[in-house]
Every structure is written in C-alpha cells, then in structure tokens.
Design a protein around this ligand. Structure first.
Ligand code: PEP
Ligand code: MG
Length: 587
C-alpha cells in the first residue's frame, strides 16, 4: 500500500494529541476568496448596504449554529472560541468604517469590507501580545465567512471528506475544525500552531492524533500521499517503508495494550505495595460528568468547578437551577463525597454575563475574582450557598471556597453561610447541618497562615495551578514565560510541605486538586510529602493509580525527602521522572 517508488521522509513537529494513525493525506488548502471590484450604481447604494447587513446576519447565524454544535459535541470551553467570532461581527468600528469606505468610494461592499478587515488583521498581527495576535486569526476567519456569504459561495471541503483521511493544512481555524468530518478524520497535522491551538483542542476531544508546527509540510505533500502520524513523538513519516510500517504497527500494539492494561488495573483499589490506601478523586465542571467519574472508579468528586454553570448561561442561574445540578451530582455519587467549590470567576475565567459587575482590570489574576467577588455580591453568593446546602440533603456534599487569602475572609464567608442556614431553617428546607466546609489553598498568604485558618476549616485542598503562579510570579496563561512555570521549584515543595505539616498538626486532611495531582510524574512526590488525597481529571486516574500500585509509600516518602534537599527544579523533576520510569514500563 505504501509507495515504494518514493523515498521515506521523516518530519519533526510538536506532539499535540496522542495516538498513531496511518493513511492517505487530504491536503486542505483554504482558497482565499477572489473579490471582484466594481462601482455600484448610485441609485442602488441603499440596496448594497442592505446586502452587507444580510451577509452579517447570515454569518452570525452560521457561527451561532457552529457554536451550538461544538458545545454539544465537544464542550462549552471549546465553543466559547466562537464568542470571539461573534464579537467581531458586532464590532461597530469595522462595520462603520466599511460603510464609510463604501460611501466615499462607491466601490462594491466586498471590496470595502475586505480592505478595512485586512487593515485590522495587519494591525493585530503586528502587536507584540499573544492574545491580540490571536484576534487577527479570529478576524481573518470571520472575514472569509462574510466574504463567502456576500459572494454566495459555500463552505469549505472539510465536511465532505470522501474517505478516512489524515487532514494536513497550514492551519485549522475554529470554524474549519467545527465543520471537520469527525468520522473520517484519522489525524490532524498543521504547519503552524502550538500545543494550545484550536486544532489541538479539537483533535484531543476527538481522540485523534495530532502533530502541529511542522513548518512547510503543506508544500511537500499532496492529497493521496501515504503517511504515518505519530502523536506521541510529534513525527510525521511520509511514504513509510514496509519496515517502518511494521515497526509502527508494533509500537501501536504496545501502546494500545498498555492502555488496556491501565484500564484493567484501574478496577483494583488504589493501594501501594506496602499496603497504604490512597484516595483518588475526580475534578468535574458539569453535573453530567458523574458518569465518567464512576467509569474511572474515582472516589467521589474533589473539585466541582461550578463557574461553568454560570459561564455558559444567558443569565445568572437561579438557586433552584443550581440546586438541580448540585443535587444530581450528589445523589448519583452518594455515599461518596462531592466537594462543591463556590463561584471562582475572574482571572482566566471571565464572565461575559452581566459584564457590568466586572470592572475592566489591568491584572485580573490579582483582581476582583472568586471569593472577593462573592463577598461583595452576596445575593449571588447566597443563591449558590443555599443551593449547595439544599443539595446536601441528597448526598455527601462539602463546600469549598476558592482564593481564600486568610482567616478573616474565611470567617466572613462562613458568616454568610450561617445566614443561609438560618434562612433555610425558616423555610423548613432540609440540609446537612454538619456539612464540612474547607478552603482552597492557592494564595501564598493562606499557605503561610494554615494555623489561623484551621479553626474554621474541616479540610484543605491545594490548588497548585494558582499557588505556583502566585508563588513564582508566573502568569499561568502567558506563553512567553511558560517555561518558567516549574511545579518542582524548591519554593513550591517547601510550601507544600509546610501546608501539610501545619494542617496535620491541627488534625486537618489535605488534598491537591491542581493539575499536578493528575500527573503521574508528580503524584508520588505529593503523596510522599504527606498529601491525603489527589483530585484530577477522571481520565488521568488509571495512570496515577497504576503508579500508586507499583510503588511503596516508603519509596514515595524517600523521594520527597530527597527532593526537599535539592536546589534545582530541573534536578527535582529528573528524580520524579526517574521514579516514574522505573515503575511504569510500556512492555
Ligand atoms: C488551582 O488553582 O489549582 C485549581 C484547581 O483551580 P482552578 O484551576 O480552577 O483555578
Ligand atoms: Mg485556582
């Protein structure tokens, strides 16, 4: 099946979504729309503006439809990409300038719109800011769509793949990926892109392999060429030889059999070789994820990120709506615990709804977010607290406050909770009067004052995602400094050790619910430092459990003790990685 007359070529890119695929390439080249230029009859100028309006409305409808599809098939986070596209269509500067250009030149509206958009795209793409540069991509995508609608052209060819294909493209825009024929896509390869590009998000959610950043691959291949895509090592092999195919067949078999071994072992309890039982819980964002929580045998939910209920709603969800969501998770998982975190908006999770409540901030990660917002908007906070309390009558519910900075804030939040309890009692509404309340430890000031927080907390959960960014002063979403975001920095280890020791002194259990908990390279370190439970995205539980079952707690403690004596983050990482590799072998 391979082409023996052609030489095998190995191209290195960035591994973006795991898996291996072999098949024929579909080269997707987005044809730039050809725009005719002509003068519009002055008597028809009103019609021309109306034609522009219709194209904008039509584009808006198409994007809203794609958004709804993505939300249903992939998830709300990915669907939110299209909000940026809808915003482009509302941009009065872009629309107003187009109409003014039309009025002054009399050129057809396509020509005017394209000219104005290209000017904006150029300006955006030259700005030295990752976020704004990405807006150029959004604008380019929307411009193409509006032009296609003005010219009566149909959508791209990605939704009509003739057969199963490896899709190779210079880049894949959000609307391209939304129209991608999922059943026929074997893998995705792009010339451009980073690990966080849209194509990657989509490939991961489709569970197909992806390699990005392969430079000028689109210029070296044509549709129909045969290729292997190795999403583990970020390699694309064009015209693979029989022996390469054989080798990859074996690699694929090994990886598949390892993954099925992981899933098989996941049915067993999380107990170390020296008999210590470890609690592995799940992080969820929506109540309907409880099915996945059960499938992966998580021991309850360690973090229910409730902001997603708010982020995708047209208005603030009512007490009753929230109650239904929390109750369904609590009841489905009872008697296992569900830790519901109160609203953590702001920072990387802005709320588009009721934008007037959120001032524009230069530094949102250190701004008006999470518990700070809730304590100032107690009507919103109380609706949520009452909903959680009501759900506690239907399962084992715990309450957790995000971004607590110290004991006074904790006491203020608990005072609001006490008011909610009184109100429910007056209503005769049942709830768990002994509900456990805890704090996320993700701000250094909270980590330094565990003893002061202890009297008001039944548990602590360390949010390493934020704790690391605040400890190291590394913005967690800034690509430019991403390499400096080091979970194995000695400052992080010492802080974790301090939190655990202080908490245990006061008899309070500690879990970790940041991304570190679900990385099998780090979980032994966390357990060795004395953390009582790990909470992670459910799909990571099999890998972490496999490692837990392959190690002794004594070894994990020794790893942590040694790591605490080392000064270099890289060296500590290397020890953790070696610990992992020594215990987890693919064959
Ligand atoms: C964290 O900060 O580690 C955490 C779990 O919270 P989030 O990622 O939602 O900020
Ligand atoms: Mg956080």
């Amino acid at each position: 099946m391979s082409s023996p007359e052609k030489d095998e070529i190995v191209v290195q890119g960035i591994a973006a979504s795991q898996g291996i695929a072999y098949g024929q390439i579909f080269l997707f080249v987005r044809s730039e729309v050809e725009i005719p230029t002509y003068q519009v009859d002055p008597a028809k100028r009103i019609d021309e503006v109306a034609r522009f309006d219709r194209a904008l409305v039509m584009t808006r409808q198409q994007i809203a439809r794609i958004k709804a599809e993505v939300e249903k098939n992939i998830g709300p986070e990915e669907a939110a990409i299209f909000d940026a596209h809808l915003m482009v269509l509302e941009d009065q500067a872009l629309i107003g300038e187009t109409i003014r250009a039309f009025e002054s030149t009399g050129n057809n509206i396509e020509t005017c719109f394209n000219l104005v958009s290209q000017r904006y795209i150029k300006a955006f793409s030259e700005i030295d800011d990752e976020y704004l540069r990405e807006r150029a991509g959004d604008l380019r995508d929307v411009t193409q769509r509006v032009l296609q609608n003005l010219l009566g052209q149909t959508e791209n060819a990605l939704n009509r793949l003739a057969d199963q294909r490896i899709v190779v493209s210079h880049e894949i825009s959000p609307s391209d990926s939304a129209t991608l024929d999922r059943s026929a896509t074997l893998a995705i390869v792009t010339d451009s892109g980073s690990k966080t590009s849209h194509a990657v998000i989509v490939a991961r959610s489709m569970k197909v392999p992806a390699v990005v950043g392969v430079r000028n691959l689109t210029q070296r291949v044509k549709s129909g060429d045969w290729a292997i895509v190795d999403g583990y090592d970020g390699i694309v092999i064009l015209n693979p030889t029989e022996s390469t195919l054989f080798r990859y067949g074996k690699v694929q078999e090994r990886k598949k059999s390892f993954e099925s071994r992981l899933l098989e072992a996941n049915r067993e309890p999380a107990i170390t070789k020296d008999g210590v039982s470890v609690t592995l819980m799940a992080n969820i964002e929506k109540a309907d994820e409880v099915g996945i929580v059960k499938n992966f045998f998580a021991q309850g939910v360690g973090l229910f990120r409730t902001e997603f209920l708010f982020m995708n709603a047209a208005r603030m969800p009512s007490e009753q709506e929230q109650f239904v969501a929390y109750k369904s998770a609590a009841a489905a998982l009872a008697p296992q615990p569900v830790i519901i975190r109160t609203l953590d908006i702001g920072g990387d999770k802005p709320l588009s709804l009721q934008a007037d409540l959120f001032p524009k901030e230069d530094n949102p990660f250190m701004g008006f977010r999470a518990i700070r917002f809730c304590l100032e908007h107690q009507d919103i906070f109380k609706d949520q607290l009452r909903a959680i309390l009501m759900a506690s009558a239907h399962g084992k519910v715990r309450i957790m406050y995000p971004m607590i900075s110290g004991s006074e804030e904790m006491a203020r939040a608990n005072a609001v909770l006490a008011e909610c309890m009184t109100e429910l009692k007056q209503r005769g509404q049942p709830f768990d009067e002994n509900i456990e309340v805890g704090a996320m430890i993700e701000i250094p000031s909270a980590a330094a004052t565990i003893d002061l927080l202890a009297p008001d907390c039944a548990f602590f959960s360390i949010g390493t995602n934020d704790l690391i960014q605040y400890l190291l002063a590394i913005d967690r979403v800034n690509d430019r400094i991403a390499h400096l975001y080091e979970p194995t920095h000695p400052a992080v280890l010492r802080t974790l050790q301090h939190i655990v020791e202080e908490a245990h002194k006061h008899g309070i259990p500690v879990s970790v619910c940041g991304e570190m908990a679900g990385d099998p390279v780090f979980s032994p370190l966390l357990l060795g430092l004395g953390v009582d439970a790990l909470s992670m995205s459910p799909a990571w539980i099999p890998s972490v459990k496999y490692l837990v079952r392959a190690m002794t707690m004594a070894e994990a403690r020794a790893l942590a003790a040694e790591a605490l004596t080392l000064g270099s983050p890289k060296e500590i990482y290397a020890r953790c990685d070696a610990f992992y590799r020594a215990r987890v072998k693919m064959d």
